[in-house]
Ligand binder design. Structure first.
Ligand SMILES: [Zn+2]
Length: 113
């Protein structure tokens, strides 16, 4: 691997820190998802809570998928770049929003559109 400039704006300490954050969140979310699935199998909820449960499971599944994709990007060395303009996303932004895929400019433009 010679092309390591993809994450050159992040130091190894910063990458390490983000990696730990992602790992922790992923673990938490997976545990949460497991707990929800147990509830689903029990099938003990009333109709209203059942609907909520299904919604929660869908959301938890999406969160797990997004986190593991971010983790894969981090391992692959493509993490921390804007998906639209390839600008380096600052560490401070990634620390607050580890799943951020766009720089602030693109995010604003996207939200305004
Ligand atoms: Zn951008």
């Amino acid at each position: 691997m010679t092309d390591d400039h993809a994450t050159s704006h992040l130091s190894s300490v910063q990458l390490q820190s983000l990696r730990q954050d992602l790992q922790q969140q992923l673990e938490q979310r997976r545990r949460h998802l497991d707990a929800l699935r147990v509830q689903e199998q029990d099938g003990s909820g009333a109709d209203g809570t059942w609907q909520e449960l299904v919604t929660s499971i869908t959301a938890a599944e999406r969160a797990v998928a997004e986190l593991s994709q971010a983790y894969d990007r981090l391992v692959a060395g493509t993490y921390g770049r804007c998906a639209r303009c390839r600008t380096a996303i600052p560490f401070e932004r990634l620390k607050v929003r580890p799943l951020a895929r766009n720089c602030i400019d693109c995010q604003r433009r996207h939200e305004a559109a």
